[in-house]
Write a protein that binds this ligand. Structure first.
Ligand code: 6PG
Length: 482
């Protein structure tokens, strides 16, 4: 037994993670893949890594020094359960199984509970950063026991991305906490991507600028407060020309967005937790809508606005600046909503999640890495009990500075018939949050009318019901459970 860490599952993410581990001082990496060809390819192509390769579970487990630590990098779902059960059969108390896939955190909670009685540690770890991150330094979100983190923490810290001298890994919380936070990360990723896409669409349709010109705008934005990986790659995608047709690549890509499920999970769980993550939800739904080919075709001749919309050449710069500000404000809302879900999840599932630490480990390595995560970390450092990110001084000022632009952009989009679900819903959320009175009072009245669901009053404590079908007098009552 010579390896201090093992990787099971050698598709691109697994191979790259194994290479990353092997490149760090002090690590000897055992590797195993169900089909041995992949293992052979990896070891042949990367002799410098000094991998300890196995062709079966017995050999793999025997190659690991104690406490044995193995990271599973297979497609989330049934495959993961199969690998876990093979490892559990052979591991001993104190050994550590890490699931580094995009597992559903409910599965992680279940698996951890099933494995805990054996004395083996099961750790669900979110790993973000795509293929390149896995190779050069991802952001890692491990859950599981604090005890397992003593062994695992230094290994993960050795391969994680580094932000301002700090490795982008922290013990997020017990059992499924890591995968929960990774899920929310992906939800925010969906919102961020949709917002960027809406910004691009508005600029393109309004000003008629080419994708290459818009690439320059995004590259410019990437030097300011919007600086982030997603803005950076957006410029690259927009600049790409299709070799076959000579067209901008973005114009030949079919406009139907795929999804592997983590965005939908973020929204499903937000609904269960009662947390409005409307920006993320709109982003998930926008992808669904894009893929409804038959409906889109059937609706293609539905009427749009009667007058055409274009931005005058002289106003183009101002319009682009409005869009930039609207994007920043909406992005703040998306992150604010995402952190709300983390807070609610931590409460519901009993995790002690430090929001500031999450912001810190997202500063580098992951897909949503962005300059403004420093601001989020600062906001939670100043006020760990912050009730909504958007109310922290920096974000309050940022949104205040952007809101006129934001409103203009949403107005223009509605008038022009350009769908901006994420921009619009983020603004509606902002206005809902800051509203002095909401029409929820009327909804309560309606509920009381048809279902005697009762209401509370602004002027005195208690629970009340109006005798709607009687003399319409009010009675004090006990709270309705309906
Ligand atoms: C990451 C990404 C990664 C993956 C997404 C893509 O953090 O590295 O989020 O996990 O690329 O799952 O998700 P969709 O296929 O659903 O867009």
């Amino acid at each position: 037994a010579t390896a201090n860490i093992g990787v099971v599952g050698l598709a691109v993410m697994g191979s790259n993670l194994a290479r990353n581990l092997a490149s760090r001082e002090g690590n000897t990496v055992a590797v195993f893949n169900r089909s041995p060809e992949r293992t052979r390819t990896l070891t042949t192509e990367h002799p410098e890594a000094g991998f300890v390769a196995s062709e079966g579970y017995d050999q793999f487990v025997a190659s690991l020094a104690k406490p044995r630590t193995a990271i599973i990098m297979v497609q989330a779902g049934k495959g993961t359960d199969a690998v876990i059960s093979e490892l559990v059969k052979r591991f001993e108390p104190g050994d550590i199984i890490v699931d580094g896939g995009n597992a559903n955190f409910h599965d992680t909670i279940r698996r951890e509970a099933e494995i805990a009685p054996t004395g083996i540690h099961f750790v669900g770890a979110g790993i973000s950063g795509g293929e390149e991150g896995a190779l050069n330094g991802p952001s890692i979100m491990p859950g599981g026991s604090a005890e397992s983190y003593e062994t695992l923490g230094p290994i993960l810290a050795s391969i994680a991305a580094v932000a301002e001298g700090e490795p982008c890994v922290t013990h997020v919380g017990t059992d499924g906490a890591g995968h929960f936070v990774k899920m929310v990360h992906n939800g925010i990723e969906y919102a961020d991507m949709q917002l960027i896409a809406e910004a691009y669409d508005l600029i393109r349709q309004g000003t008629g600028k080419s994708p290459a010109e818009i690439a320059d705008i995004f590259a410019e934005w990437n030097t300011g407060e919007l600086e982030s990986y997603l803005i950076e790659i957006t410029a690259e995608v927009l600049r790409q020309v299709d070799a076959a047709t000579g067209q901008p690549l973005v114009d030949v890509i079919l406009d139907e967005a795929g999804a592997k499920g983590t965005g939908a999970w973020t929204v499903q769980n937000a609904l269960d937790l009662g947390v409005p993550v409307s920006g993320i939800a709109e982003a998930v739904f926008a992808r669904s809508l894009s893929s409804k080919r038959a409906q889109r075709e059937a609706a293609a001749d539905l009427p749009g606005p009667s007058t055409a919309w274009t931005v005058e050449e002289a106003d183009a710069d101002a319009f682009v600046e409005d869009v930039r500000r609207a994007l920043y404000a909406s992005k703040i809302i998306a992150y604010s909503q995402g952190f709300d879900e983390i807070v609610a999840g931590a409460e519901q599932f009993g995790w002690d999640i430090h929001k500031g630490d999450i912001a810190k480990i997202w500063r580098a390595g992951c897909i949503i890495r962005a300059r403004f995560l420093n601001r989020i970390a600062d906001a939670y450092a100043e006020d760990p009990g912050l009730v909504a990110l958007v109310t922290a001084p920096y974000f309050r000022d940022a949104v205040a500075g952007a809101q006129d632009s934001w409103r203009r952009v949403v107005q223009i989009a509605a008038g022009a018939g350009i769908p901006t679900p994420a921009f619009s819903s983020s603004l509606a959320y902002y206005d809902g949050l800051r509203a002095d009175r909401l029409p929820a009072a009327l909804v309560q009245g309606q509920r009381d009318f048809f279902g005697a669901h009762t209401y509370q009053r602004v002027d005195k404590p208690g629970v009340f019901h109006t005798l709607w079908s009687g003399d319409r007098s009010e009675i004090e009552t006990t709270p309705s459970s309906h």
